[in-house]
Design a protein around this ligand. Structure first.
Ligand code: GDP
Length: 282
């Protein structure tokens, strides 16, 4: 789905999520574990009105496990309960109902005070595009559900997916927008597929990636492209990879577009091994 975030579109997305939240007790915010900060919505607190929130660090299979632990500790410190999952392979998902129940303790207490019988908790998945909202909903539902992302003219009756006796999940997610102010954030979003290729400079994003990999994961970079060493100059590195992959144009020059595409695809497919593109700043 191609989404362009214009101010009018953002206001509409916020309205739609706010509308859904009226029915909701607990929010499940999904981020990409490879970019837990860059894949957050800049106004998540405001949008979710401080409802109890479970933070799902999804795509853990693609992320660096050591850094995922650091991110978990970071969010704990920020008082946002993290849960690491790999929705694609269904890992970590069984813990969701128990974690949501813990977060809803104040609500249960309130019901008890008022003499109200507890009902199943109602939850909503929210997140920016491509972080895995539909995958999580489908896994939790145990079947494929047509996820329709608030398209004009398309209406669908919203339904609750039962997760055991204590939790229900709305079968359409709340789609939020990422933040674009910072160039590095934009590149991380592009590399992980949260924003479309057309809206950023492809080669710049790959150069950003190569610079990051050379500094943080040199071994993974070397072994992926069979490099003996990593040149200081990242354009030279681009060249080396292009030559290794046979991406040449006439005159023996490197075809940067094709090389960038290969590097990009390799990362998207997880072929470097687990990589996390940002560290928590404490
Ligand atoms: P949405 O836009 O937030 O609804 O994202 P989708 O559920 O459509 O997922 C976007 C892409 O990420 C799809 O290609 C999924 O197969 C993939 N994906 C979702 N969760 C995971 C995960 O845990 N691990 C991996 N490797 N891929 C995932």
């Amino acid at each position: 789905m191609k989404i362009q975030w214009y101010p009018g579109h953002m206001a509409k997305a916020k309205r739609q999520v706010t509308e859904k939240l009226k029915m909701i007790d607990v929010v499940m915010e999904i981020v990409d574990a490879r970019i837990p900060m860059s894949s957050r919505n800049p106004m998540i607190e405001e949008v979710t009105e401080n409802k109890p929130r479970l933070m799902l660090l999804n795509k853990a299979d693609l992320a660096d496990p050591q850094l995922t632990r650091e991110w978990e500790a970071y969010f704990e410190q920020e008082n946002v309960k993290p849960l690491t999952i790999d929705a694609q392979h269904g890992k970590g998902m069984k813990q969701i109902p128990a974690e949501v129940q813990k977060l809803a303790a104040p609500l249960y207490e309130k019901w008890e005070r008022k003499g109200i019988n507890p009902r199943p908790l109602r939850s909503l998945i929210v997140g920016i595009p491509n972080v895995g909202k539909s995958t999580v909903i489908n896994k939790l539902a145990g079947k494929k559900i047509a996820i329709i992302g608030d398209k004009p003219g398309v209406t669908k009756k919203q339904q609750w997916i039962k997760m055991g006796s204590t939790l229900e999940l709305l079968d359409t997610p709340g789609i939020l927008w990422p933040k674009f102010e910072d160039e590095a954030v934009g590149y991380r979003l592009a590399l992980t597929g949260a924003v479309k290729e057309e809206i950023f400079d492809f080669q710049d994003a790959v150069l950003f990636f190569l610079t990051f990999m050379a500094s943080e994961y040199p071994q993974l970079l070397k072994s992926r492209y069979n490099l003996d060493s990593i040149p200081e100059d990242k354009v030279e590195l681009f060249d080396d990879i292009g030559r290794k992959r046979g991406c040449l144009i006439s005159g023996g020059h490197v075809d940067y577009d094709r090389t960038a595409e290969i590097i990009f695809r390799d990362f998207r497919q997880g072929l470097f091994g687990p990589v996390t593109l940002e560290k928590p700043v404490t």
